[in-house]
Design a protein around this ligand. Structure first.
Ligand code: ADP
Ligand code: MG
Ligand code: ZN
Length: 474
């Protein structure tokens, strides 16, 4: 039978604050295990948390961006569970009055995904179950790194919509400078809730929740697998068990992890060590001021202010670091269209498959190459070589151009001389030109450019040729 697919997401995004949510330990990723820890984030008795106001402001920024209402009064709860990745045995989170509620995000399909809430909480540590002589190892560096959890209503209807939602959220969080959204480092992870129902029916089916998916591909495959599995159950007259399942990346299958826990299983209670927060209008305005131009606004700016095409504007804003680099370049050398062309052909393809999300050359250097190309100081092919050398070996564009004899040295005298001779030895062609065969101009240009390669720019050739023809006007 054919069913409607229903998907709701809980997206965890690690905030890129310098320090953790409730202590001053570094929140950086990738340090040696257990070097970013202290009595607070490892839950030593008597240690007291202090809230990181930066993380709170980041959460408000995200809420405003996704059209949420900001609760003027917010507080924190303890969510208790016992697991070795959580030395305190509870996570500080929010249940009743999360910072942001009632948002929405629109997808390219036209579907509007409602956001139930965005709340602030802390991350847990990381366990390694590789075979260390039968032992597991714990790294607590990630304990208490601030997270926002974005909880949607069950408003998506396919794996593709779920993937688009996660990717849009990631892109916007990056533009907001609140999360680096590197899925491969786990800074964005999604719990995916999936159910199916009879086509057109109002009544939602029983859902399963797949925990901790950290790539678009696994989100896509997990949903596809679950839809197939649940469809087979219903086709055979069975009922889907509401439960938490895990996804096996190698097999592309999901399997039962545990029966679904409820909020009361976590024995939520008020966090007694952190004061509730009352936001003033000024707090919210401050967060609003910290919201930079968002992807759709950059697209508008590129089209309306820079005169780029829709397609160029879209391509340039697909990644924040690329859009930032383009902006830096045109701030130095505002030839929007020319910079965009050279950027798309020579820079974007070189960084396309890298993970670091940086352009390894400077915007100043790139602006210089664009300018030298526009002014015909170097020709376009040599400009490409200069960029390649800058990527591979570093260095300043002008030095590279000189060292490789790429600089076009103009010699006006020689150009004039060549053109005079060319015209003198082709009187019939000159006559044809004045008889109306204007494409002769292009022929003379071509001959001269070829002969004087590296000594005259097309601009100079054009000037000299116009002068020489003028003299011969009948
Ligand atoms: P819980 O607190 O038990 O996890 P919630 O009601 O907060 O349950 O929902 C968690 C997530 O599950 C939300 O993203 C929500 O959209 C999604 N969800 C709820 N019901 C369904 C359903 N029938 N099918 C798919 N997703 C659902
Ligand atoms: Mg849940
Ligand atoms: Zn700490």
């Amino acid at each position: 039978m054919n069913y409607d697919v229903v998907v709701g997401l809980e997206i965890h995004a690690e905030l890129s604050t310098n320090t953790k949510a409730f202590c001053t330990c570094s929140a950086d990723f990738g340090a040696d295990p257990n070097t970013h820890i202290c009595p607070v984030c490892t839950g030593q008795p008597g240690a007291l948390p202090i809230i990181n106001h930066g993380a709170v402001e980041y959460a408000i920024r995200a809420g405003l961006t996704f059209d949420c209402d900001i609760n003027r009064y917010t507080k924190f709860e303890r969510k208790n569970y016992f697991y070795p990745d959580l030395p305190k045995a509870y996570q500080i989170s929010q249940l009743d009055l999360p910072i942001c509620v009632n948002g929405k995000v629109e997808l390219s399909t036209g579907t509007v995904v409602r956001i139930n809430n965005i709340h602030l909480e802390e991350d847990a540590g990381k366990l390694f179950h590789d075979d260390f002589y039968g032992q597991s190892l714990a790294d607590y560096n990630r304990c208490s790194v601030p997270l926002i959890e974005i909880v949607t209503e069950p408003d998506m209807h396919s794996a593709e919509e779920a993937v688009e939602f996660v990717s849009k959220i990631g892109l916007y969080l990056k533009y907001l400078n609140v999360c680096d959204a590197k899925m491969q480092e786990g800074s964005i992870r999604a719990d995916v809730n999936i159910s199916i129902k009879e086509k057109g029916s109002e009544k939602l089916g029983n859902r399963t929740e797949i925990k901790n998916l950290n790539s678009f591909r696994s989100i896509q495959r997990a949903i596809e697998y679950e839809v197939k599995r649940q469809s087979e159950i219903l086709d055979n007259g069975g009922t889907v068990v509401q439960e938490t399942r895990k996804f096996d990346d190698t097999m592309g299958t999901t399997s039962s992890m545990r029966s679904k826990e409820n909020a009361n299983d976590y024995r939520y209670f008020p966090e007694p060590d952190i004061m509730s927060i009352v936001f003033t209008e000024e707090d919210i305005e401050e967060a609003r001021r910290n919201i930079p131009l968002l992807p759709h606004q950059r697209v508008d700016k590129y089209i309306n202010e820079y005169g780029l095409t829709d397609e160029d504007a879209r391509v340039l804003t697909l990644e924040k670091y690329l859009s930032d680099f383009y902006d830096e370049t045109v701030a130095i050398y505002p030839q929007y269209k020319n910079v965009s062309n050279l950027f798309q052909t020579e820079i974007m393809r070189r960084v396309k498959d890298t993970e670091e999300e940086v352009v390894p050359i400077s915007a100043e250097g790139f602006a210089k190459v664009c300018e030298m190309t526009d002014k015909n100081i170097v020709n376009r092919n040599d400009a490409k070589t200069i960029i390649r050398i800058m990527f591979e070996e570093g260095g300043e564009p002008e030095e590279i151009a000189k060292a490789n004899n790429f600089i076009v040295v103009e010699d006006a005298g020689e150009t004039e001389k060549f053109i005079e001779e060319l015209l003198d030895s082709n009187p019939d062609l000159v006559k044809q030109y004045f008889d109306g065969k204007t494409n002769m101009f292009g022929f003379f240009m071509g001959q001269t450019n070829r002969a004087l390669r590296g000594k005259a720019t097309p601009t100079l050739v054009r000037e000299c040729l116009e002068k020489a023809l003028d003299k011969r006007k009948p």
